[in-house]
Design a protein around this ligand. Sequence first.
Ligand code: FPP
Ligand code: MG
Length: 298
Amino acid sequence: MLNAVERKIEQFITELDDKEVISLYAKLPHGKRLRAKLILKIAGSSLAVVKTAAIVEMIHAASLLHDDVIDDAYTRRSQPSLNALYGNKTAIMLGDILYSKGFLELNNISIEVAKMVSNAVVQLSLGELKDVSLSKKFNTDKEIYLKMIYQKTASLMEASAGAAALLADKETQSYMRYGKNLGMAFQMIDDLLDITVDAKTLGKPALHDFVEGKTTLPYIYLYETMNERDKHTLKSLHGKILSESESLWIKKAMHSSGVLQKSYAEAKVLIEEAIVLMNKKGEKSLSSIAMAMIEREF
Ligand code: FPP
Ligand code: MG
């Protein structure tokens, strides 16, 4: 079924009738297509459903193209990012093309689906701006972090599940809650992997988030556990390129303080709630998607 989504995206790109865009798109690694998977599992594989899944994946791909420019990220999915290969201007414009074509196609689905998805794109843009602004100082406020990841990541998964529920004539609330929890947990685990996984496996430099100024949940918790001296040291390393020994100091503190487990447990609570919701509806394959997310190594 995912194949039909890939073919639909290719068709949308071909319709742009631009050789450069077709060849640039061909160089983009596809990723897990998690949002498309959710949509298909909730709503089946009618033409409107496949189109919606293709649109959401195009918007998601666009947001990552822009995000890599914003984050100065030169790798994506263990490969050179498009901005690394062709520069920021090309990456930004391919992003603009993908999401505006996505929006154009969204008009052909339904007003309700279009509202659901476009509202999420507003949220995801607001979330990305918040991420940038927050990274200018050492954020110690967990609620602000949670709101930011809701907007930046969970809003599009929430809307994907909600749009699919609309298309399938299912009630939207629990599916949206499922998508939201999945998105929140996904970002929390992504943030954990930045600390726990070595640079080679991760496909991007380790502790890249902290170097970029992002204090994700484990940093917020770590700061709370530290004495004044260590708090001062941690703050002094924020947003800077770290030496080997500074990275090691942070990683050791993360491991010995138990904040990694604490953050992971929080993501797990969200996943468990999502699983209970879907089990109640007899949506076993949606429960399995949630389960697989929490089983990722951290
Ligand atoms: C990845 O976060 C970023 C997002 C999920 C959202 C990015 C959104 C925008 C750039 C807004 C513009 C939107 C459009 C449609 C053009 P991350 O940096 O924490 O994750 P990463 O580790 O995958 O880079
Ligand atoms: Mg990024």
